[in-house]
Design a protein around this ligand. Structure first.
Ligand code: CAA
Length: 381
């Protein structure tokens, strides 16, 4: 057993940390305050090969492993969670197209994602009445000659207003239930697609979260991803990898919480001593550091399992569950350590607290992760 990162992983971490410190951290408060989509960050990240990291170079990707993706996500998450979620979902879509698409689809859609020509890519599954119960989607696609005609509505679509391409789940045969769902690659500007108003969110305010309205939206039949009826499994399988991304981002925010708390507690003097001298503060820092270590190991183990080509669904759900819940605890403690100052925008922990809240909600709530884990350990319930 070897816990040492490989040389290529260490170099990647160094490169992404340097970039994030220089380019992302300074602008993160502005992205948050002005709800500004981090398009410049994303273009620079595409130049560094961070937008289709696990896709082979043949299709314009970076040909890296999932451990590399996870490590890069941690560094970006440590600097700017809004940028990190956009990166994570875009990588998930690039990977989904690579894994389930045909050669023409891969050649058409992955290079513009990887190069930054497309600022981002989106994953459209959730609907107003189908969140955790993803199989209950109502959006429908009906074949009409060389096209499918899509009608329905998606909500909470990350980067929907900026995505060059979106993976959209729709029902093609209602009589088949979960086996009657298919996935389509829909381009931005497709006739009949309207982008709804951006959500005003508690955190990750620089990321773009919109509804998508499909009114007789015509999509070429060749944009069907995989086979008709495979859509539910395609979306869930792709989400397994996405959950590693979200868990990794949570580790990054947790690390930032710990670093800021150490810095603040060493400088803040009360009762004639830095507050880091007090056991109450030390215990909080010790718990944050311990949980961070555990979360990083779980996320990297899930990434490693994925790289071995074995089923990693349970490991990804465990890693996302643990890392995102622990990150919320860490953000709570970071604000507590900062006292009243932690409740102001003068200190970044206020943003971390808001940014991290959604990580236990999207890409499957903590309760859904527990269902996935329980089903795996008990056999299908
Ligand atoms: N990979 C591949 N196939 C899978 C799978 C996986 N991880 N999980 C299940 N399947 C297959 C099953 O084997 C089953 O196949 P068969 O019917 O052939 O046996 C089929 O899919 C249906 O599985 P279930 O009966 O278990 O499905 P279910 O309806 O009970 O739902 C669930 C399972 C785990 C609850 C699932 O609905 C789920 O994960 N829900 C949460 C959805 C979610 O995470 N949404 C987030 C959307 S993305 C987002 O957050 C926005 C963003 O951009 C950040």
């Amino acid at each position: 057993m070897d816990f040492e990162l490989q040389e290529e992983h260490k170099l990647l971490v160094e490169m992404v940390r340097h970039f994030a410190d220089k380019e992302l951290t300074p602008v993160a408060p502005q992205m948050d305050a002005q709800e500004e989509f981090p398009v410049n960050n994303l273009r620079k990240m595409a130049e560094l090969g961070l937008m289709a990291m696990t896709v082979p170079e043949k299709y314009g990707g970076s040909g890296m492993d999932t451990v590399s993706f996870s490590l890069a996500m941690m560094e970006v998450g440590r600097a700017c969670a809004s940028t990190a979620v956009t990166m994570s979902v875009t990588n998930m879509v690039a990977e989904g197209i690579h894994r389930f698409g045909n050669d023409d689809q891969k050649k058409k859609y992955i290079p513009p994602i990887a190069s930054g020509e497309f600022a981002a890519a989106s994953f459209a599954l959730t609907e107003p009445w189908a969140g955790s119960d993803a199989a209950a989607i109502k959006t429908a696609a009906v074949r009409d000659g060389d096209y499918y005609v899509i009608n329905g509505e998606k909500v909470f679509t990350t980067s929907g207003a900026y995505a060059g391409v979106m993976m959209v789940a729709a029902v093609t045969d209602r009589s088949k239930g979960k086996h009657g769902i298919s996935v389509f690659l829909v381009e931005q500007g497709a006739p009949g697609l309207t982008i709804g108003k951006a959500e005003e969110k508690m955190g990750q305010r620089g990321s773009n979260t919109v509804s998508l309205i499909f009114e007789d939206c015509r999509v070429p039949a060749e944009n069907l991803l995989g086979q008709e009826g495979d859509g539910f499994k395609i979306m869930l399988a792709d989400l397994d990898g996405g959950r590693i991304g979200i868990g990794s981002m949570a580790c990054g925010v947790m690390k930032a919480c710990l670093e800021e708390s150490i810095k603040y507690s060493k400088g803040r003097v009360q009762f004639g001593r830095p507050i880091s001298d007090f056991q109450a503060i030390q215990w909080m820092l010790a718990d944050m550091a311990t949980e961070l270590e555990a979360a990083e190991n779980m996320v990297l183990q899930a990434a490693w399992l994925k790289d071995q080509g074995v089923r990693f669904t349970q490991a990804a759900s465990m890693a996302k569950l643990f890392a995102t819940e622990a990150a919320n605890q860490a953000a709570y403690k970071a604000v507590q350590i900062h006292g009243g100052y932690g409740y102001t925008r003068e200190f970044p922990v206020e943003r971390f607290y808001r940014d991290v809240r959604v990580t236990t909600l999207y890409e499957g709530t903590s309760e859904i992760q527990r269902i996935v884990i329980a089903r795996n350990i008990l056999g299908k319930l």
